[in-house]
Design a protein around this ligand. Structure first.
Ligand code: GLY
Length: 392
């Protein structure tokens, strides 16, 4: 499957249209299935009896509502965002998953708190929920191997956790808690050492000896093989290390995000949308993962912001943003962007959840929807601020 890339002079129109489509589809989902938190579609439909594998996606629907409210100021999106955020507040005590950063940092209460800050009425009770979630996630820390363990078992560390560790950095900084900061730092160092390879590619999972803390091997659940590069995991690494760099001004996390993004960009085909695994056999690489493309686009914008905040990079931020815009533009075209006039209920087609379990393969996936909206909001804000694509 090969998509198109829109002309750079047409990007604003393309992004605005995609943002409209996104709002239409999310409204349709919330109206048709009130208080329902889906993970992936089956044949384009959100409601089905398919296995969840793990419950990590409940922040993404309210997260999109927060993004829509932030961009449009629409009071109805605010009402919906608050309602769906409240529904997941009890998850701040969830010890079963490693995903509290997706739920509370990327998706809900941090965005809600920041909305009150922008309005000049900071609501500290909202920030306290994020800090609480950070403290809960920190309880997954394994002293022996110095990492936060995945939901699978204590010996397992996932690259995905790089998207969740920001909630611990955030909590440590907000509460001035050195113990939380030390947990976040150690997890990032362990991930950088054992899950990011010398060429900038990433493993999905590393397994540790629970007695000695020694790293035993790289493995995978959702990638092609333990030694392959699962594209979504690599996109999580780019975005996750970039956020850690932004929160801490840590040059080492910036450097890691850059190495991962360089590898990611090198692997892309002409249409700029990643295959689900860069090392899968050629016939299987035909299967794209549009969600990895959306995370990558948003992650490149995040990386550009981190460069600027740390005061490094020269032309790097502008180049990253231009590349992110083109990659995002590809997702706004056929065959990726769904038509709101069709029966397909998602926004982005051709995402992948779990190939080996045959869950959500070539479907819309909730995290793909959310990071697509995240990237669109960032791109449109850059264009509003005068970012120019001319000559690129
Ligand atoms: N488990 C997170 C993901 O599927 O990317």
């Amino acid at each position: 499957m090969t998509g198109k890339i829109p002309d750079s002079s047409d990007l604003r129109r393309v992004f605005e249209k995609a943002f409209e489509v996104a709002q239409h589809q999310v409204k349709r989902l919330a109206d048709n299935h009130p208080d329902y938190f889906p993970l992936y579609t089956e044949h384009g439909k959100w409601r089905h009896g398919g296995e969840a594998w793990t419950n990590w996606c409940e922040g993404f629907l309210p997260g999109m509502m927060w993004l829509f409210h932030e961009r449009t100021g629409d009071a109805d999106w605010r009402r919906r965002a608050e309602h769906y955020s409240r529904l997941i507040e009890p998850r701040k005590d969830d010890r079963e998953v490693h995903d509290l950063g997706f739920l509370f940092y990327h998706g809900t209460y941090r965005r809600w708190y920041e909305a009150t800050v922008r309005e000049g009425k900071p609501d500290e009770a909202l920030q306290a929920v994020v800090v609480h979630a950070g403290r809960t996630l920190a309880k997954r820390f394994q002293e022996k191997g110095q990492y936060l363990c995945s939901f699978v078992r204590p010996e397992s560390c996932f690259i995905d956790i790089m998207m969740n560790v920001p909630v611990i950095w955030y909590a440590g900084l907000a509460a001035d808690d050195e113990k939380l900061l030390a947990v976040a730092r150690a997890h990032c160092e362990t991930t950088r050492r054992y899950l990011v390879r010398g060429d900038g590619s990433t493993a999905h999972e590393a397994m540790f000896d629970p007695e000695t803390g020694e790293c035993l091997r790289q493995t995978t659940h959702q990638g092609y093989r333990g030694d392959s590069c699962w594209s979504r995991g690599l996109a999580w690494a780019v975005y996750g290390f970039a956020t850690c760099a932004k929160l801490t001004k840590g040059a080492v996390w910036l450097d890691t995000a850059v190495r991962c993004s360089d590898y990611l960009v090198q692997q892309l085909a002409a249409d700029l949308v990643p295959a689900w695994d860069f090392d899968a056999p050629a016939d299987q690489r035909q299967q794209k993962d549009s969600s990895a493309g959306a995370i990558m686009a948003a992650g490149l914008f995040e990386l550009a912001d981190a460069f600027e905040l740390i005061g490094q990079g020269g032309t790097a931020p502008a180049n990253l943003r231009a590349y992110g815009m083109m990659a995002l533009g590809a997702l706004c075209c056929d065959p990726y962007l769904a038509s709101p006039d069709s029966d397909w209920e998602g926004i982005l087609k051709h995402g992948v959840y779990h190939v080996h379990k045959n869950l959500g393969v070539d479907e819309s996936v909730m995290w793909g929807e959310f990071f697509f909206c995240d990237a669109l909001h960032r791109a449109l804000t850059l264009l509003d601020e005068g970012f120019g694509m001319k000559g690129r």
